[in-house]
Design a protein around this ligand. Structure first.
Ligand code: FAD
Ligand code: NA7
Length: 541
C-alpha cells in the first residue's frame, strides 16, 4: 500500500494536555509557525481527559493550578473552591483551546507511533496510528509524566466477568452505584476513588499493599474576597510561585522541626492539618521533613496519632497505619481514613494476604477468601515519566533509538532535551522539576519557544545537548535527590512502582526558582551545553 504524502510542518506537538496546548499556542500564535498537535485521546485535556474516576481532584490549589501567561484568562477562570475537580479542569482546558483558536489544529484519536530524525534534511518524520505522516523541523513532545497506565498482571484477570478498569482510562459509562467494588491501590488516586465511592457502593473493598500517610485536603468553597484577592495580587502571586521550590503558592518553611518546642510543633502540625493540603503539611510546616529522618518521623508520628483517633476498629487501624518514612508525594484526602469506619467498607492488607488470582467472580487472596466483586478498579498508578516515550519508536541521529539511549534509565539535559535527538524538546521529560506542574510547564514552554526561535531565526539547522551536559545534569539530579529522603521510599518518583523498571532519579528536586535561573543562564550564554549544527550543511527536504 502506497503511503500518503507527508504533511510538511514547521513543528509538531504530540500531546494535548496542559503542556501540549500551551506549546501549540506559543508556536502558532506567538512564533507564527505552522504547527499542529496530535493526541491519541478522544478529546483535549491530557490527564484531565483520561482520569474521569469518581473523586478526581487536583492536589494543587486551584489558584496556582492554571496558566499564568494571560492575566485576562486567569481572571475568567470560574473556580470557587480550594482544590479543583476533574470536570472543572477539563472545561478550563477546553476553554483555553477555544480562546486561542487551537481546536482546528489538534488531531485527536491520533497516536504517534514512530518518529525518526533525518540528518540530511534536518527534519523529523512522524508516523501515526492513523497512517498519517508528518515532516517537521521541530518535534515537541508533551506525552505526560503520569499518563502511561500501570495495569497489574494477576493470574486469571481475563476471566473476570465484571468490569475491570484503570483510573487513568476511566470509561464514562461506568456507574458504581449499588455495585460491589474492589479498589486495588491506595495512592493519591486510590485514596480519592475509595473516599468518593464508599457512599454509593453496595460494598467497597480496598486492596492495600502499602499504607499511606494522608492529611485532610480541607477542600471548601472560598470566600469571594479570597478569589478577588487572587486576581488583585496576580503579579505578586506568580512572582512568589516562580521564586519558590515546589511552586504551590505558599511560602515554604525555613524553620527546623527541632528548633521549636514540642508544644509549638504540635500547634504547627495541627494548624496545617486544619488548613488542609498535603504539600502544605510537608513543606509549609517545617523545612526538614523531607530531608531529616528525625524530623520526618516527628511529622509521621503526628499523622499516625490522627489515624489512631479516627479509625475505630483496631485491626483496620493497624493495617492502615504506615510505619515507614513519610517520603512519597504527600497525599491529602476528603475523609479517607474515616471511610474505613463505614459498615460497607473493608480493607485487605496485601502484605499479609496477597492476591493469588482473579476469577470470574472476583479476587482471591492468599487466605483462600474470594472477594466477590462487580467492578475491579485498578488505581495502580503509572509507568511514570518515560512510560509513553518507551511505548513509541523514537529514533534520533544515526538510527539511535530512545529505548537504547535510555537503557540505563531515562536521562535528559534540563528535563527537556536529550543528546542524539536534535530539535526534539520534551515537556516534563525526565529530570525536570518536581513541583506544582503548570508553572514548570510554562517555564519549559517559554524556554523551548525561545530556543526554537533562536534556531529558526539564525543559520542554525539543529540543536542538541552534548552527552557531557546530559551526564552532568543526571549527576546533579541524583546528588540533589540524595540530600532528601525521597529516594528511600519506593514510589513512582524514582521508578520503583513498576516491576522490572530500573530505579533511577527522574526529577530535578532543586526547586523551580533555581531551575529557572539555570535555564536563563543557558540561553543567555548562547547555549554552551548544546551543539548547534549549521543549516548550510543540510539538504532541503
Ligand atoms: P498530560 O496531561 O498527561 O497529557 C499528555 C497527553 O499526551 C495525553 O493526553 C496522552 O494521550 C498524549 N499522548 C501520550 N503519548 C502519545 C502518543 N504517542 N501519541 C499521541 N498522544 C500521546 N499535577 C499537579 O501539579 N497538581 C495536581 O493537582 C495534579 N493532580 C493530578 C491528578 C491525577 C489523577 C493525575 C494522573 C495527575 C495529576 N497531576 C497533577 C499531574 C498532571 O499530569 C500534570 O499536572 C499535567 O496535567 C500534565 O500535563 P501534560 O500536558 O504534561 O501531560
Ligand atoms: P501511585 O501513587 O503510584 O499509587 C499506586 C497504588 O497502587 C499504590 O497504592 C501501589 O501500592 C498500588 N499498586 C501498584 N501496583 C500494585 C500491584 N501490582 N498490586 C497491588 N497494589 C499495587 O499512583 P496514583 O495514581 O495513586 O498517583 C500517581 C500520581 O498521580 C499522584 O502522585 C498524583 O500526582 C496524581 P504500593 O504503594 O506501590 O505498595
Amino acid at each position: 500500500v502506497a503511503s500518503a504524502p507527508a504533511r510538511q510542518l514547521d513543528a509538531l506537538v504530540v500531546g494535548a494536555g496542559f503542556g501540549g496546548i500551551h506549546m501549540l499556542h506559543k508556536l502558532r500564535n506567538e512564533l507564527g509557525l505552522d504547527a499542529v498537535a496530535l493526541d491519541k485521546a478522544g478529546g483535549v485535556g491530557g490527564t484531565w481527559y483520561w482520569n474521569k474516576y469518581p473523586g478526581a481532584l487536583s492536589d494543587s490549589e486551584g489558584f496556582v493550578y492554571q496558566y499564568s501567561f494571560d492575566k485576562e484568562l486567569y481572571k475568567q477562570t470560574p473556580w470557587t473552591t480550594k482544590f479543583v475537580t476533574q470536570p472543572e479542569i477539563l472545561a478550563y482546558l477546553n476553554g483555553v483551546v477555544d480562546r486561542y483558536d487551537l481546536r482546528d489544529h489538534i488531531l485527536l484519536e491520533t497516536g504517534m507511533t514512530e518518529a525518526a530524525f533525518d540528518e540530511t534534511s534536518g527534519t523529523w518524520t512522524v508516523r501515526t496510528d492513523q497512517g498519517t505522516i508528518f515532516q517537521c523541523r521541530f518535534l515537541v513532545t508533551g506525552l505526560g509524566l503520569l499518563s502511561a497506565t500501570n495495569v497489574p498482571d494477576f493470574p486469571g484477570m481475563e476471566r473476570f466477568e465484571g468490569r475491570l478498569v484503570h483510573t487513568g482510562a476511566w470509561p464514562e459509562d461506568l456507574d458504581l452505584i449499588g455495585k460491589r467494588v474492589g479498589v486495588i491501590g491506595n495512592g493519591s488516586t486510590g485514596n480519592q476513588v475509595i473516599t468518593a465511592t464508599a457512599p454509593v457502593a453496595a460494598h467497597l473493598t480496598s486492596f492495600q499493599r502499602t499504607p499511606q500517610y494522608s492529611v485532610p485536603a480541607g477542600n471548601r468553597t472560598l470566600p469571594a474576597e479570597t478569589i478577588q484577592a487572587a486576581h488583585d495580587n496576580f503579579d505578586a502571586t506568580w512572582d512568589q510561585v516562580r521564586n519558590s521550590n515546589v511552586a504551590m503558592g505558599f511560602v515554604e518553611s525555613t524553620v527546623e522541626t527541632f528548633s521549636v518546642s514540642a508544644e509549638e510543633r504540635e500547634r504547627v502540625y495541627q494548624r496545617a492539618w486544619d488548613e488542609g493540603g498535603g504539600f502544605r503539611f510537608m513543606f509549609e510546616t517545617f523545612c526538614d521533613i523531607a530531608t531529616d529522618p528525625a524530623a520526618n518521623e516527628e511529622a509521621a508520628k503526628f499523622i499516625r496519632g490522627k489515624i489512631a483517633e479516627i479509625v475505630e476498629d483496631p485491626e483496620t487501624r493497624r493495617k492502615l497505619t504506615p510505619t515507614d518514612l513519610y517520603a512519597r508525594r504527600p497525599l491529602c484526602d476528603s475523609g479517607y481514613y474515616e471511610t474505613f469506619n463505614w459498615p460497607n467498607v473493608s480493607l485487605v492488607s496485601l502484605k499479609e494476604t496477597p492476591i493469588t488470582e482473579v476469577t470470574a467472580e472476583g479476587i482471591v487472596t492468599a487466605d483462600g477468601t474470594l472477594h466477590e466483586l462487580d467492578v475491579i478498579v485498578c488505581a495502580t498508578g503509572f509507568d511514570a515519566v518515560d512510560g509513553n516515550y518507551l511505548r513509541a519508536d523514537i529514533q534520533g541521529r544515526q538510527v539511535l533509538s530512545l529505548r537504547e539511549h535510555w537503557n540505563d534509565g531515562p536521562t535528559s539535559y534540563l528535563g527537556m532535551a536529550t543528546s542524539g535527538f536534535p530539535n526534539m524538546f520534551m515537556i516534563l521529560g525526565p529530570n525536570g522539576p518536581f513541583t506544582n506542574l503548570p508553572p514548570s510547564i510554562e517555564t519549559q514552554v517559554d524556554w523551548i519557544g525561545d530556543t526554537i526561535r533562536h534556531v529558526s531565526d539564525g543559520d542554525v539547522g539543529w540543536i542538541e545537548p552534548t552527552p557531557e551536559a546530559e551526564s552532568r545534569w543526571t549527576e546533579v539530579c541524583a546528588e540533589i535527590a540524595d540530600q532528601t529522603l525521597f529516594p528511600q521510599a519506593a514510589s513512582w518518583i524514582f521508578g520503583a512502582n513498576i516491576p522490572g523498571k530500573k530505579r533511577t532519579v527522574m526529577f530535578y528536586l532543586g526547586g523551580l526558582k533555581e531551575y529557572r535561573t539555570l535555564l536563563a543562564e543557558e540561553s543567555s550564554a548562547g547555549y554552551p551545553a548544546f551543539t548547534l549544527t549549521k543549516a548550510t550543511t543540510l539538504t532541503p527536504a
